[in-house]
Design a protein around this ligand. Sequence first.
Ligand code: ZN
Length: 135
Amino acid sequence: MKIKIDCNDIAFSKLVRMNHTVCQRYGKPLKLQCCHIFSRKYYTTRFDEDNAVVLCWNCHNWFDTHKMSACLFDASKRVFTQDEEGYAFLVDWLGYTWDQLEELYHKSRQIYKGYKAKKKDIGREIKEKTLLKEE
Ligand SMILES: [Zn+2]
């Protein structure tokens, strides 16, 4: 299902993409995208930089179709190499720990209310972070 994006998503994507000039998987500089580790549909982590990596269009597609949640909760399921499984890629290549990912997973599932009321503040916060990085 396509999730509607707003001005905060666009600003957040720009902020995240400032962190990397190439794809974090294979180092290609083409068509870079802000890729959410846990879906953008979860508002508690939607604008959390810990929940975003920079991938090219191809790797983003690969990532979104190669994540097995069982890996997060059961160490015996972590039998994949970084090229076969999205979460293993985050751990093996990008330095995430399984504990961090599990924590982020639970954070993403927390109930979130009142985005509309917070929308402007979130936008301001993203803008401030962007300006700091531009300095
Ligand atoms: Zn890539």
